[in-house]
Design a binder for this molecule. Structure first.
Ligand SMILES: Nc1ncnc2c1ncn2[C@@H]1O[C@H](COP(=O)(O)OP(=O)(O)OP(=O)(O)O)[C@@H](O)[C@H]1O
Ligand SMILES: [Mg+2]
Length: 359
């Protein structure tokens, strides 16, 4: 158990790191953020920063020596950086979780090999392989770069008789996964924290609505039938145990119009669909992460309120004062200067008295 005053090292300087830093401060810890610019959201609130490329071994070594435990707030880090740090320092989650989560091919194979449901998929490295893959997935498909995709970037949808050569060129990658385009009824996610002793606490699943492939709204409770919720929670526990993960795991799920459940993807870090926990739970996802990596007992993940979280993208942030005037709305802004279209500037969570899931 880290004592008060210990330092949590965070790789990445975005809003997830910012909210983790704030939670760490509430528990008496310091945060040291490793990022690319001292104006990044987490750097603005951290006690210390390292501004260096993630592949700078000397900077990583100095960072490792300055902190008591290392965690991460985004996936698109070089795996080599985490492996390097893990040789000398405690890194939670460890390289295995990052390796699987940052590569869609490994991620889908990992989930499939655990016996969990994933949409039919194939890995392709050329337009010819794409043609062959579509025979397996069906012509209505979605192709995603194996690495470095987020917020729907690095994805192409294919319809019947699509120009596969053009689609392959458009993606500008050397490896991608192709999967069946499912008819979605709903999307939801499960977030859990796992401690070093294997204890696990999960939050209530959130129902997620995307617009233009970016999360727009998360609502709790999710209107999903209880058997599917139970199946998803069990699947999330199994993934976390199989990765021997310490920290947070978020798993995104699809429910099809025919009522089937599929795993979409996972993230071994705080997740946008868990921001409601800041205001509707006694212990948020960020505090659970800090507790898990610091070796403290996990908190109670139950929610005291229903919640609806809206992402504030780009110009949405101009509605700040309207949100502030609403009772029951909790506003969180990330300290980003330029409100570029689609950029996550903050979020607003509306609380309502707790009900039970209607699913
Ligand atoms: N196989 C599929 N069938 C139907 N819709 C899909 C499929 N795959 C992805 N989508 C839609 O696209 C969205 C984004 O896909 P995905 O989660 O794979 O991408 P991402 O870029 O990692 O997104 P994010 O970072 O926002 O989670 C999904 O939430 C879903 O709405
Ligand atoms: Mg996603």
């Amino acid at each position: 158990m880290l004592p008060p005053g210990a330092t949590i090292g965070i790789l990445g300087g975005g809003q997830l790191g910012r909210m983790t830093t704030i939670a760490a401060a509430e528990l008496g810890f310091r945060s040291h953020v490793f990022c690319q610019d001292n104006q990044e959201p987490a750097a603005q609130v951290a006690a210390a920063t390292t501004i260096a490329p993630f592949d700078d071994p000397a900077a990583l070594d100095a960072f490792g020596r300055a902190v008591d435990v290392v965690t991460l707030e985004f996936e698109n880090l070089p795996l080599s950086a985490l492996r390097h740090l893990a040789k000398q320092h405690t890194v939670r989650p460890g390289p295995k979780a990052l390796e699987v989560a940052q590569d869609r091919q490994l991620e889908k194979e990992f989930v499939r090999d655990l016996g969990l449901p994933v949409a039919p998929f194939a890995t392709v490295t050329s337009a010819n392989e794409l043609d062959a893959a579509l025979k397996h997935t069906g012509a209505r498909a979605i192709m995603k770069t194996a690495r470095f995709g987020y917020d729907g970037k690095g994805q192409v949808r294919l319809a019947e008789n699509a120009d596969t050569a053009a689609a392959w060129r458009q993606l500008q990658t050397d490896r991608a996964t192709v999967e069946t385009l499912l008819d979605l009824d709903r999307e939801f996610s499960v977030i859990l924290a796992r401690a070093a002793d294997g204890r696990v606490a999960h939050f209530d699943p959130a129902e997620n609505e995307h617009r233009d492939s970016i999360l727009h709204r998360s609502t709790v409770p999710a209107l999903v039938p209880q058997p599917l919720i139970d199946q998803a929670v069990d699947a999330t526990h199994r993934v976390a145990a199989a990765l021997d993960l310490v920290g947070l795991l978020a798993v995104e799920f699809f429910v099809t119009t025919s009522g089937e459940l599929f795993v979409n993807e996972m993230a071994p870090r705080p997740h946008n669909s868990g921001h409601w926990t800041l205001d509707a739970c006694a212990v948020s996802q960020f505090e659970q992460l800090v507790r898990a990596v610091a070796g403290l007992p996990l908190g109670d993940p139950s929610r005291h309120s229903d919640a609806e979280m809206l992402n504030l993208l780009g110009d949405d942030v101009e509605q700040r004062d309207n949100h502030l005037r609403q009772p029951q709305v909790c506003l969180h802004l990330y300290g980003k200067a330029a409100a570029r279209p689609g950029r996550k500037m903050g979020h607003a969570t509306t609380l309502r008295p707790r009900t039970n899931a209607a699913g």
